[in-house]
Design a protein. Structure first.
Length: 530
């Protein structure tokens, strides 16, 4: 088993992605989680670039990074100045990180036309910078634009990495900075570079960008060609189209390929958790179709697929989702067959009731024609099953509701909404009013007010997300509206749906389902208090 080091640059290269911004505490929290997961090297940032990165290196020294090594990132010395006198070099040493990563130019065009230095001066900048830093820490040399440089002038590109290796770099990493190299080109060039560096005490690595949607494939190709380190980011975040997604790289190397070992052989059962933690911390939307860890990675919708998966999961799944901490999801829609319904209703033990399964499927098809979609509304689907099987017992009945809204202060544009609600619980009628930041918030407040004395368990429930979408836009202002509500309590999260031409009614339908699902599934018996 050849060990492959995982080098994470989420905290530096990842933050260059559009819409990505991490606070100091965010960076420290992610670093701690990466160390807990077993990442070999964690790049923290460029200590000279901003105060936040400087503080990161000061604070991370007091944290338990386990076996992970923190890396400070910077560039080779400036032209015309000694490495020991360069502010960037001094900042890298002052960071006191066990690893220092320094990036230099491998493309002759970049040296002469962008930096404005001679080819020899560029080599001197590389060699002197690496030699100076190697006396203070383990040095990783990132050969920027290496693949472009190799295609333009392969002799010079190889000379740059050899210079770094001879100066004391522990790692030379080939960077596909533009992200446009193809896997077969990666294989050819890495193989040639490995031969050129043979005999030098240095290991080689790969750093790919995803502009051709090939960063993972290119990283794997480089490993096959001899690279023992892969650089990338969690979830592939980064500038332009992003970096190699370490989630996919690690899963492929550890599970799909043979002969390689990552993270010291640790299992990847917390990989999905790590991926979503980074999304949440960076305040980014989860990518549902992300391989291995996305919510849709093991989701099945077509009836034929589900029928096969129920008999042999590997027919439509390339690996057991539990290996990466994910789970299988069976979706239901007008494309579904009886197998989908049977799989989703296992807890109701309806597998042998073909007539009921057909009834549920027919109701799903009918409702989807109206605009409902149950793929992201599993709680509403659960209630639909109960209604079709005549096991649904409503906890309250709606008599009427009314929304009043306007501006409390027109000049300040302070909007308000008030909900008037009349419901019935058993033989008792409740009439309540409540204000809110909007009509849905006001309705939610009024409903809780009306039900609180009957069902105190609702105090632990909260609305966490609210989404609205037009179903048939061609109808203009008379279009049907789909509302999805996500609710949670101390134990789990559930999603409900409502559809109507009236956005308030659609919201009310989704809100009712959310409350009913909570009351039907709470572990505490709901006693009506009178």
């Amino acid at each position: 088993m050849r060990p492959i080091q995982i080098y994470d640059t989420t905290l530096r290269d990842g933050t260059q992605g559009e819409g990505v911004s991490l606070s100091l505490q965010d960076k420290l929290n992610i670093a701690a989680r990466l160390a807990e997961f077993g990442i070999d090297m964690i790049e923290g940032g460029y200590p000279l670039s901003n105060e936040k990165d400087l503080q990161f290196f000061q604070k991370v020294r007091d944290m338990d990074m386990r076996q992970s090594k923190i890396a400070a990132f910077g560039m080779t010395r400036r032209r015309g100045i000694k490495a020991a006198d360069d502010p960037g070099m001094k900042a890298l040493v002052a960071a006191k990180s066990p690893v220092i990563t320094v990036v230099g130019k491998s493309w002759d065009f970049h040296a002469t036309d962008i930096l404005g230095v001679s080819l020899q001066e560029n080599l001197d900048m590389i060699g002197e910078s690496v030699a100076f830093l190697a006396s203070h820490a383990e040095v990783v040399y990132d050969a920027e634009h290496f693949f472009d440089g190799y295609r333009a002038n392969f002799e010079y590109a190889l000379q740059t990495v050899a210079t770094a290796a001879k100066a004391g770099a522990s790692w030379v990493v080939f960077c596909d900075t533009n992200g446009g190299t193809l896997p077969e080109q990666v294989t050819q060039i890495v193989t040639a570079a490995k031969i050129a560096l043979a005999g030098l005490p240095v290991q080689i690595g790969i750093h790919c960008h995803n502009d051709g949607d090939l960063a993972t494939a290119n990283s794997l190709a480089a490993v096959e060609a001899g690279c023992n380190q892969v650089q990338g980011t969690i979830n592939g975040i980064g500038e332009r189209c992003g970096n190699a997604d370490l989630v996919c790289v690690m899963a492929n190397l550890a599970i799909k390929k043979t002969g390689f070992q990552v993270l010291g052989g640790r299992p990847l059962e917390h990989l999905t958790e790590l991926s979503r933690y980074v999304y949440e911390t960076a305040n980014l939307a989860l990518r549902s179709g992300q391989p291995f860890v996305g919510q849709s990675a093991f989701a099945h919708k077509g009836g034929m697929h589900v029928h096969a998966v129920n008999k042999a999961a590997h027919t439509y799944e390339h690996l057991d989702p539990a290996l990466v901490g994910n789970e299988r999801r069976i979706l239901v829609s007008e494309l579904s067959g009886r197998s989908n319904i049977a799989a989703l209703t296992m807890k109701h033990q309806l597998q042998d009731d073909r007539a009921l399964l057909d009834k549920i499927l027919a109701e799903v098809v009918r409702r989807e024609n109206q605009g409902y979609q149950y793929e992201a509304a599993e709680a509403s689907f659960d209630l639909l099953v109960k209604r079709c099987s005549d096991t649904f017992e409503p906890h309250f009945e709606t008599i009427k509701y009314q929304i009043v809204s306007g501006d409390t202060n027109v000049a300040a544009s302070e909007a308000y909404a008030e909900a008037l609600l009349k419901i019935q619980v058993d033989d008792e009628i409740r009439f309540e009013a409540a204000e809110g930041q909007g009509p849905v918030n006001a309705l939610d407040a009024a409903l809780r007010k009306a039900l609180s004395s009957f069902y105190p368990i609702l105090d632990s429930m909260q609305l966490v997300d609210y989404k609205v979408r037009v179903v048939n836009g061609q109808a203009g202002t008379a279009a049907r509206i789909r509302v999805n509500i996500e609710s949670s309590d101390d134990h789990h999260t559930w999603r409900t749906i409502g559809v109507s031409e009236n956005i308030i009614e659609a919201s009310w339908l989704a809100l009712i389902d959310a409350v009913e699902y909570k009351l039907h599934n709470t572990p505490v018996k709901n006693e009506v208090l009178k």
